[in-house]
Write a protein that binds this ligand. Structure first.
Ligand code: SF4
Length: 457
């Protein structure tokens, strides 16, 4: 049997065991995901129940990626609250947030400290409502970061928003619910544009595109415009259907709840690559009865033309993938359709959905899958598989630098480059951009490694 044939039939290795200590985690804090999901609702502000440092870290992390202001309130635990519980602080924090921000919605996510001492947040919020008579919507998601990461926190908050707010009964609406994972503002805008191409309204939850990639303002606004309106979230059960682009793993699925309330769900992969985008386009066409708009047909054709132009530069290239499960699964499919090899697929999320999604690819497509992993283990995977290129967040930069291979920055977080919010990954258009960047990163690596240099290909 030839080496190539042996590779084709080799079973995919699934590694979830890692050393006792996490070294440089490949995931972030669960309330961070909840705060980001909150930014996708108009007039909403996230409040973290716990220590103040958690809110400060999360704000800094999000601002460094999106380069936009991001307010995150805190109930600011001290020693007394750590021992006796944080009810008084939570009440004071809510009073302050309502007085200063005049929000339409406050979400409350729990930090490790509040989860560890076992504060019963739903009970505390009920007592606050009874005591103050305030009817403002308060949505709570439990986000223990010692158990989950930002991906689960994001999905937990989206589920809580649907559970608490999407309960409007009435006539069916000609809208499609879109439930994206953590993608860029450019992706959110393009997803909206694709749905609008089928002459239906898109209710995207969450939609932080305009809040976290906004226009320049002449004065600070605590709650910038943008985000999904509460009235639209309320109407989600009456939509034609929900298109769910997430791999929630252990977190509950918001689209399943919406299906129970009236809007049937279609769970698809993130539309990166021709095949995955085709699936979404065909779904929209079936749901709406409308044909593909001409501009999408044109973008698909230009993407195929780009593949024809560049396939000789990427065919056989080995790529190490890491990041959020939805991105890793979608990028693996994209790499396979351009003839590159995703030699390992890694995520810090404890998410069985990633190995399951990758198992549906042709046998031998991926050599190794790592979940619940860290960059120490990803470094060891690089030693085993010797990729030509890494694709993932900027957290892999040190590794790529040490290995002397290019890093193509995708997903979240990207802290060492400008314009993370403007990176378009999805649809035919986003895939074309990604393909160009991938080819050019490989060419740059080959040029840099050449002892004589070359300038024509
Ligand atoms: S203590 Fe927990 S909630 Fe706070 S920043 Fe650290 S991981 Fe996040």
């Amino acid at each position: 049997m030839s080496c190539a044939a042996a590779k084709e039939t080799a079973p995919m290795v699934h590694s979830s065991a890692k050393p006792d200590a996490t070294v440089n985690p490949c995931t972030l804090c669960a309330p961070l995901g909840a705060a980001l999901a909150t930014a996708g609702v108009r007039g909403a502000i996230p409040l973290l129940h716990g220590a103040q440092g958690c809110a400060t870290y999360i704000r800094r992390y999000l601002i460094s990626h999106f380069r936009e202001p991001m307010d995150v309130a805190s109930s600011s635990f001290g020693e007394a609250q750590t021992v006796f519980g944080g009810e008084d602080n939570l009440g004071r924090a809510l009073d302050n947030v309502l007085a200063q921000y005049h929000p339409e919605l406050v979400t409350v996510a729990t930090t490790c400290l509040a989860e560890t001492i076992g504060d019963d947040v739903p009970l505390l919020l009920n007592r606050y409502r009874t005591r103050t008579g305030n009817a403002l919507p308060l949505v709570h998601a439990a986000t223990p970061s010692y158990k989950d990461g930002h991906v689960e926190g994001f999905h937990a908050m989206v589920y809580a928003l649907v559970k608490g707010l999407a309960c409007n009964q009435g006539a069916p609406s000609r809208a499609v619910n879109l439930l994206p994972p953590l993608v860029s503002p450019a992706d959110l805008r393009h997803l909206r544009e694709i749905v609008a191409g089928f002459d239906v309204a898109a209710i995207v939850l969450p939609d932080y595109a305009d809040r976290l990639d906004g226009v320049i303002l002449d004065r600070y606004r605590a709650l910038p415009d943008g985000g999904t309106r509460l009235v639209d979230i309320a109407s989600m059960p009456r939509a034609l259907a929900s298109i769910d682009l997430t791999l929630t793993g252990r977190a509950p699925r918001a689209s399943k709840l919406l299906a129970e309330r009236g809007a049937p769900a279609r769970v698809l992969g993130l539309p990166i690559g021709v095949r995955a985008t085709d699936v979404m386009i065909e779904s929209l066409s079936e749901l709406t009865g409308a044909g593909r708009p001409a501009w999408l047909v044109g973008e698909r054709g230009r993407l195929l033309d780009a593949y024809a132009d560049g396939h000789k530069y990427v065919f056989g290239a080995s790529v190490g993938l890491y990041g959020d499960p939805e991105f890793v699964a979608a990028l693996a499919g994209f790499l396979l359709e351009i003839g590159a090899r995703p030699v390992f697929c890694a995520t810090g999320a404890r998410n069985r959905a990633l190995p399951e999604a990758l198992a549906s690819l042709p046998a031998g497509s991926v050599d190794e899958v790592l979940d619940d992993t860290d960059f120490e283990s990803i470094g060891a995977a690089c030693e085993r598989h010797k990729p030509d290129l890494l694709m993932g967040s900027s957290k892999g930069y040190r590794l790529a630098h040490a290995l002397g291979i290019p890093l193509l920055r995708v997903g979240f977080p990207i802290h060492d480059r400008l314009g993370a919010g403007r990176i378009l990954h999805v649809g035919y258009r986003g895939t074309t951009r990604l393909f160009d960047e991938l080819v050019n990163a490989l060419l740059q690596g080959r040029q840099d490694a050449s002892p004589v240099g070359f300038s024509y290909l």
